[in-house]
Every structure is written in C-alpha cells, then in structure tokens.
Design a protein around this ligand. Structure first.
Ligand SMILES: C[S@@+](CC[C@H](N)C(=O)[O-])C[C@H]1O[C@@H](n2cnc3c(N)ncnc32)[C@H](O)[C@@H]1O
Length: 366
C-alpha cells in the first residue's frame, strides 16, 4: 500500500475518509470537555502516535493539523476556564518529523496549549507517555494511525482500555489479517480463529477484526467498541473506536453516520444492498432501506414485544450496541405506541439514562 510514502503523493480517497472520521470525532469530543458548565477534567491529552509530516503533498491536512484546526474555536474558552490542553505528536521518520515540527511550531506560537513532539519508535513513545494518561482529572483522546496491524497488539489494547476517561481510534489494515492469518508475524500479535477468517468474506473482515478485539475485553468491564470499514485502493482497512463511556461511543456513531448515511459503518456498500438513493421498494411503496436497518428494526420490535428490552435505558443501549442511530429506535418506539403495543410514556432515548441516579422509564406492554 506504500503507507510509508503516504505523504509524498496526494491522500487517496480512503485516507480522506479516515481523516474525516477523525475530524468529526474530535469535533464531537472537544465541547464535551471544554464547553461543559462544570469542568471535571482539567487536563485534556490529545496524543497522535503516528503523526506523519502534518499534511500531504498538496497541503491537505493530516491528523496534527486537523487537531489544531478543530481546537481553534476553543482557545478563548480554554484560557478563561484554565483548561490544560496537552498535544503530543510522534513520528519516527526523521524527514517527516522535521517537516512536522517546522509546520507545527509556526502555527502554535502564542496559543494556550502545550505541544510536545518526539521522533521515536511507537513502543518507546507509548511507554514514555503512558504515565501521563493516568489521573482522575484527565480526559484522553488517543489516535494510533499505525501502518499495518502489529502495533495495537492484544497486550497494548488491554493497556489502553484499562485507562480511565480515554477514547481512542486506531487504524488497522484488516485485509492483511485475512491474507496472512497464518503468518507468525501476524499470529504473534493477533490470535484470530483461522477457520473464521477463511469463512469471512473480504469486505466483512474488518467487522471480524472488531469481534476479535471485543473478545479481549474482560467480561465484567463496561466498554464500548465500534468499527468503520474503509475500502482503500485494493485493500480493506478500518478504524476501531473504543471508549469506556457511552457518550463516547454515541459521538463516534454520530461521526460514522455522517460519513455513511445508509448504515453508519463503511465507505462502501458493505452489505451489498445495491440501493440507489431514493429507490422505491416495489412491494411496500416506501424508500428502500438497507438490510442492516431492516434487521435491526425487526429485532428491536421483537425484543420490546417479548420483554427482553424492559426500559428506555435498555432500548438506548441496544441501539448503541448495534451501531444504530437513536432516531431509528425512536421511530420504532413511536410506531409501537401508535399500534398500542406499548403504553405511551416519556421515554428518554439519550445517554442521560446511563447517568448515576438517572430516571429510567419502564416499558409497559398492552
Ligand atoms: C498512516 S501514516 C500517518 C498519517 C498521519 N496520521 C496523517 O494524518 O498524515 C503512519 C505514519 O506513522 C509512521 N510510522 C510507521 N510506523 C511507525 C512506528 N513503528 N513508530 C512510529 N512511527 C511510525 C510513518 O512514518 C507514517 O508517517
């Protein structure tokens, strides 16, 4: 794929999708911590461990410059509220690192943020910064735009998910997993089931990779993970997002649905729905829906009807867990009320129902 030389030519479409997803997420993340009425987390750490030189050959912004651009509207608030914003950029390639530093340092003079840079091998850089991510007054956003698959191995993944108040996105070349599942260099880092990998079609491989990481989360731990599959040149890549907070995953899903308005999960027709925008279903006379949404709606209806989902909180979490938009579930709830399947109540399908001592409304079937 030539990721090492990614910046010596214009970013390709897949890279632009990845960067958009990152931008949309940081745009959702920043106000949660900076614009909150009460500031609980005084230190915000935004660390980019595979930073690149800052931009591509045409000056299209890479992750470091996207971070700066998204922070721009908040500088007054950061100063006024005395929030400490630490940015950290690591890039091991010396040439790219020098380019990054020269771009960064002319942009950050006088800004109310702290910027640290390193040119280290990732493992060294991660070990160096790990301690600074701990602490109850810190909120962390970590970006691991690795080349290939090896850096976010199982051990490192477990270390990352054990950090409090930490959201992360990592990039992974999922098709490498499919092609080289047996290769000792891959198997050493990610122990996927060979049979399952073989049975999974190429375009679904990133979702299988997500299931693998999900299986590594300790059973008792509340943790949220979501995928976004990216077709890029001849390969299948993806983002995996992780958060220990339900608001984090909701914000990631908002970002993903902004890019994929049909299914919220890929930059291509991952379920081979072959739907043309606005296409009418011949049988129902309605605009055709992607299979993923149809299946979700049917499952949601039957889980409400059979009493598996007992409250607005259950419905909210089921929606998030399935990577769906809240508006889809809201429509189903309204439909079931209209059909007199459930009693009309003030259901709150928002992350508020997950807060401590939140008011939970029970579903009453009629
Ligand atoms: C996919 S690019 C990152 C792109 C960057 N996030 C951007 O938006 O432009 C991956 C970068 O990580 C660097 N890199 C690859 N392996 C690394 C490692 N083991 N440690 C540190 N940097 C590494 C590469 O030189 C490359 O610039």
């Amino acid at each position: 794929m030539g990721e090492r030389n990614l910046h010596s030519k214009p970013f390709d479409e897949g890279t632009l999708v990845k960067l958009d997803l990152f931008r949309f997420y940081i745009r959702e993340w920043l106000p949660v911590f900076i614009s909150a009425k009460k500031i609980y987390w005084r230190t915000l750490n935004i660390y980019d461990f595979f930073a690149g030189p800052g931009q591509d050959i045409n000056g299209i912004k890479g992750t470091p410059l996207i971070i700066l651009e998204e922070l721009k509207p908040y500088y007054d608030e950061i100063e006024k509220k005395q929030i400490i914003v630490n940015l950290y950029f690591n890039e091991y390639d010396v040439e790219k690192f020098q380019e990054l530093e020269s771009i960064l340092f002319q942009k950050i003079a006088g800004l109310p943020i702290k910027v640290e840079t390193d040119s280290l091998e990732f493992s060294e850089s991660f070990s160096k910064k790990y301690g600074s991510l701990k602490g109850s007054d810190k909120a962390n956003l970590l970006f691991f735009d690795q080349t290939g698959v090896k850096q976010i191995n199982v051990t490192r993944f477990k270390t990352i998910i054990s950090l409090p108040r930490t959201d992360f996105l990592f990039f992974i070349s999922s098709s490498t997993v499919k092609r080289f599942v047996d290769h000792p260099g891959i198997a050493k880092h990610l122990k996927l089931n060979k049979k399952e990998v073989e049975l999974t079609p190429y375009h679904k491989i990133h979702e299988l990779v997500l299931q693998f990481y999900k299986s590594q989360v300790p059973k008792e731990k509340e943790y949220y993970l979501a995928p976004f599959s990216i077709k890029k040149n001849a390969g299948l890549y993806g983002i995996i997002f992780g958060s220990n907070n339900v608001l984090g995953i909701e914000k990631f899903l908002n970002s993903a649905w902004r890019i994929d308005s049909e299914r919220g999960t890929a930059n291509f027709d991952i379920d081979n729905d072959n739907i043309l925008p606005g296409q009418i279903d011949l049988f129902t006379g309605e605009v055709q829906k992607p299979k993923k949404i149809e299946v979700f709606e049917e499952n949601l209806k039957s889980k409400i009807k059979n009493g598996t989902l007992k409250s607005d909180k259950d419905i909210y979490l089921y929606t998030i867990d399935n990577g769906m938009k809240i508006s889809i579930s809201r429509n189903i709830v309204n439909l079931l009320i209209k059909e007199a399947v459930m009693k009309k109540e003030k259901f709150d399908l928002s992350n508020k129902v997950c807060k401590k001592n939140a008011w939970i409304t029970k579903v009453t079937l009629q």
